[in-house]
Design a binder for this molecule. Structure first.
Ligand code: GDP
Length: 299
């Protein structure tokens, strides 16, 4: 399926390297463990996640569940699925009416495309969707969003270039309430270079949205580009300082061998991966499913 295909490069890199360590070391000795650790690190799992996986392998050895090197891979699959499952399920469910979703991320990560795909996803469920073009910094962003609104049959609220993003968000959420909309997706500018500005912009958006719906925004989704590997993690850490991120969308998993970064998001940011992008087509955004992901990776 899509996830399997999307992860093929990651699988090729990470799993084949794990397998060659397994084949290379018939014995479960320290050298084997050292090499395994090196392979995980080079597979973009990050230090914290690698240590956790290695801890699980040692535990498996200690408990007698791993008796020989050949037992490591199936054991790892279960351990990874378990690590990811902790709080990753039920991702796409919409609990409010309307559900207000703020979408953040730096330019180029696939933010606009992700909003378009999310709109299509909810439209396919028969939901009424409204897009808010609150990235007023780039005229192209609003144009691109307009195309997605037309393509998915969603409403759109936009102002002229340079307008106050919070004013757009306010109008969008008011319109959503008036028009009985189910899901509001708010696009935001991704200028992380000016952290202070971005922080005040995002908090102003939240503040005005709360004037209409006190518990909104209900989700703040951070879009990250998987092809940037561990850099995506440091970007995410910076974003967490400017906005209360509730979930991550990891895009472009199909174009990278660095899919191990999924595990890192979970372990290092303590934020669940909600969605994964595995291609450019509209149906190539999928709710993240830990078990499916682990199976696609390890089977
Ligand atoms: P933005 O600047 O963050 O809004 O980025 P865009 O939405 O314009 O996307 C940048 C590029 O990434 C576009 O060419 C998209 O088609 C592409 N893209 C987005 N998501 C994915 C994905 O999951 N897989 C692939 N292969 N390309 C993607």
């Amino acid at each position: 399926d899509k996830i399997k295909k999307g992860l093929s490069r990651t699988k090729k890199n990470l799993i084949q390297n794990i397998e060659s360590v397994i084949v290379g070391y018939p014995k479960l000795d320290d050298e084997f463990l050292d090499d395994m650790e090196a392979v995980l690190l080079s597979g973009d799992l990050g230090l914290a996640t690698t240590e956790k996986v290695m801890g699980k392998i040692r535990q498996g050895m200690h408990e007698g569940k791993i008796k020989e090197t050949g037992d490591v891979l199936p054991y790892m699959k279960d351990a990874v699925a378990e690590m990811l499952t902790a709080d990753n399920e039920g991702s796409e469910e919409v609990m409010h009416h309307p559900e207000v979703i703020l979408v953040v991320g730096v330019n180029g990560v696939g933010k606009t495309t992700t909003i378009g795909k999310l709109a299509a996803y909810y439209r396919n469920q028969g939901k009424k969707v409204l897009l808010a073009a609150a990235d007023t910094f780039r005229a192209a962003a609003s144009e691109q969003l307009t195309v997605w609104a037309e393509r998915t049959g969603s409403d759109i609220v936009k102002h002229s270039e340079g307008a106050d993003p919070a004013a757009v968000a306010y109008d969008a959420v008011s319109a959503a309430k008036a028009r009985d909309v189910d899901v509001v997706l708010i696009d935001t500018a991704g200028r992380l270079q000016t952290k202070v500005n971005l922080m005040s912009e995002l908090s102003k958006i939240s503040r005005v949205v709360k004037k209409i719906i006190p518990d909104a925004p209900h989700q703040t989704l951070l879009v990250l580009d998987a092809t940037t590997g561990q850099n995506a993690i440091s970007q995410a850490k910076k974003f967490s300082e400017v906005a209360p991120v509730t979930g991550v969308v990891l895009t472009k998993l199909d174009g990278t061998a660095k899919g191990g970064v999924v595990l890192s998001v979970h372990e290092e940011l303590h934020v669940p991966v909600k969605w994964v992008g595995v291609g450019e087509a509209v149906e190539d955004l999928q709710p993240f499913n830990a078990r499916e992901f682990a199976e696609a990776l390890f089977e």
